[in-house]
Design a protein around this ligand. Structure first.
Ligand SMILES: Nc1ncnc2c1ncn2[C@@H]1O[C@H](COP(=O)(O)OP(=O)(O)OP(=O)(O)O)[C@@H](O)[C@H]1O
Length: 548
């Protein structure tokens, strides 16, 4: 994205040319057709050739970034100075060209820095979002980056590990072996932090100009010992929201949590179904037993069967030993069957038997095993429609739908947005090690007006993005993703309470910015820029809010 500060650059040129009787204007390539055809054709010519043109309108110099023309500076004589201009054109051209060149260099540098920042951010994002256990280590053994999931696996925070020596995790001897590696190698290591945990580490040295700049280490727990996630992280107090609708859902969930009744969680994607499932488990007397989650849509049918019910030794090629299924692993605790609407009819029949008989039959085994598991199912689909279409068994539907709990979409409980914003800002600032930011009034407004099709998960992602991207203390509209910036004006009916609170917030915000940037015109210009509004709008708001 091009960062062209037109006013600043024009000021720069005019300042340097101040002692000459000339004036400068800048024209982007996309200007309105109110200019004469002659002038437009000149602009086009400069654009196409990338060369200066001297004509009766003045001197036209192309403004370029990375050899691409993005606009044209026009330097023309002041009134009655045409003759002087003509006589001194060579000197003016020489100075002006050098100035335009300087601007280009400055912009290219800015662009490069921006690209570097973006690249760094993308890399960071990758390490934050990948489920793989990876670390980037410098040749002296310092951890430069580490995936969040690997840090969680080590029960540490990612930021506390970055900058630390890798030899805190693996032995010095292994690290020396890694350094001797010049191709992908596969080592078997024992991590210091996890007793008796055998883990494979693959090494990929990264080169720049024939020398190693870092090592990418890819850790993989040895399959037979790989653990299924059994712990929960959420409890009811983690469910943020003040709306009547979310509060009554929490109340209902708390009421039914202690018993072992089957629960069906309904709600759009990202509304918090898994958060509720974990909280219900934590609130039940099974809390100290396992909570096992499985996403029925994410695993192919053949695998899903053995994942759910396990398999006997020799059940198929590769089944070298008996494997427990998730139902068995959840024994005494809770199983969370996410995206139940995506389960095949064949597996639905098997699941129905488990519910009716409280027994499971591992694949390739004739003996069944007793299990005592509470089932919490979830779906974003319309199960009634699936039943009608013959895609979901009616008998299973009734068995699962004993207690349906529907979590409302975020757009129907907008009162929850402010508290969620505050919560996620705190969460991501801590997690990313950034000072907490504030949102400008306009950003706040746009977030309140947006429809949130991805619900709380989407809001969380947006806030993460803002905390990561914004350099200043206040997040302005500029930093919002385009789809939020450009949303059509919505006719959200704000309650008076909202409006009052917002006026107070807005007043505080403007006063704080004025204190920061100053109350003179340049200061106010900066305030307006930070708020993403024009100077005149700022004056109007100051008047309305009685700010002196
Ligand atoms: N009320 C809430 N308070 C705090 N965080 C929430 C809340 N609701 C959802 N979240 C967060 O939003 C994200 C999505 O939640 P979750 O995975 O439970 O949604 P889901 O309904 O199960 O989504 P999907 O159907 O796509 O699996 C999680 O990171 C969770 O922490």
């Amino acid at each position: 994205m091009l960062d062209f500060h037109k006013e600043r650059y024009l000021q720069k040129i005019n300042h340097r040319l101040a002692k000459f009787p000339v004036e400068t204007e800048f024209f982007p390539l996309t200007i309105e057709a109110r200019y004469s055809e002659y002038f437009l054709s000149l602009l086009e010519k400069v654009h196409k050739t990338g060369m200066n043109i001297y004509c009766d309108l003045g001197l036209l110099i192309p403004a370029k970034v990375k050899a691409e023309v993005f606009g044209v500076f026009v330097i023309k004589p002041k009134k009655h100075m045409e003759k002087w201009f003509e006589e001194n054109i060579e000197m003016i051209e020489c100075i002006a060209e050098a100035l335009v060149e300087m601007i280009s260099t400055e912009m290219e540098k800015g662009l490069l820095e921006k690209e570097n920042d973006m690249f760094r951010m993308e890399i960071q994002h990758l390490f934050l979002s990948t489920k793989d256990f990876v670390a980037l280590v410098s040749p002296d053994g310092t951890i430069q980056e580490m995936s969040d999931s690997f840090a969680s696996y080590l029960k540490k925070s990612r930021s506390s590990l970055i900058g630390e020596p890798i030899t805190d995790l693996i032995s010095q001897e292994y690290f020396q072996n890694i350094k001797k590696t010049y191709e992908n190698k596969d080592w078997n290591v024992t991590l210091h932090h996890i007793e008796e945990e055998q883990i494979n580490v693959y090494v990929k040295p990264l080169y720049y100009l024939h020398s190693i700049t870092s090592y990418l280490l890819y850790f993989k727990p040895i399959q037979s010992k790989a653990k299924v996630k059994q712990h929960t992280v959420y409890q009811f107090h983690d469910i943020k929201g003040v709306s009547h609708s979310i509060q009554s859902v929490i109340e209902m969930a708390k009421r039914v949590a202690p018993s072992s009744t089957t629960i069906m969680l309904r709600g759009e994607s990202g509304t918090g179904k898994e958060v509720f499932a974990q909280s219900i488990h934590q609130y039940s007397n099974r809390a100290h037993k396992p909570f096992i989650a499985i996403n029925c849509a994410a695993i192919p049918e053949t695998l899903l069967e053995s994942e759910l019910f396990g398999y006997a030794k020799g059940a198929f090629t590769g089944a070298k030993e008996r494997k427990k299924g998730r139902f068995e692993l959840a024994n005494g605790g809770t199983i969370f069957l996410d995206e139940i609407g995506d389960m095949s009819l064949h597996l639905q029949a098997k699941l129905l038997r488990v519910i009716q008989e409280r027994k499971i039959e591992p694949v390739g085994d004739t003996k069944s095993i007793d299990v005592d598991v509470r089932i919490i199912a979830a779906t974003h689909q319309n199960l009634e429609k699936l039943v009608k279409e013959g895609k979901f068994r009616e008998d299973l539907y009734y068995r699962l739908n004993v207690i349906p709990i529907t979590i409302p979409p975020l757009r129907e409980r907008k009162e929850d947005i402010p508290i969620l914003i505050e919560y996620f800002i705190k969460y991501w600032s801590n997690r990313l090690n950034r000072p907490p930011k504030r949102l400008s009034q306009n950003v706040y407004q746009l977030l309140l007006e947006y429809d949130w099709p991805g619900n709380v998960r989407e809001l969380q992602n947006v806030i993460q993005h803002l905390v990561e991207l914004e350099i200043g203390d206040i997040v302005t509209v500029k930093s919002l993703p385009d789809y939020l910036k450009n949303q059509p004006a919505m006719n959200v009916k704000k309650t008076n309470e909202y409006r009052d609170q917002h006026s107070r917030d807005e007043k505080d915000e403007i006063i704080q910015l004025l204190d920061q940037f100053g109350r003179d015109t340049p200061g106010k210009k900066k305030v307006a820029e930070a708020l993403g509004i024009s100077l005149s709008t700022l004056y109007r708001r100051m008047n309305k809010l009685k700010i002196k």
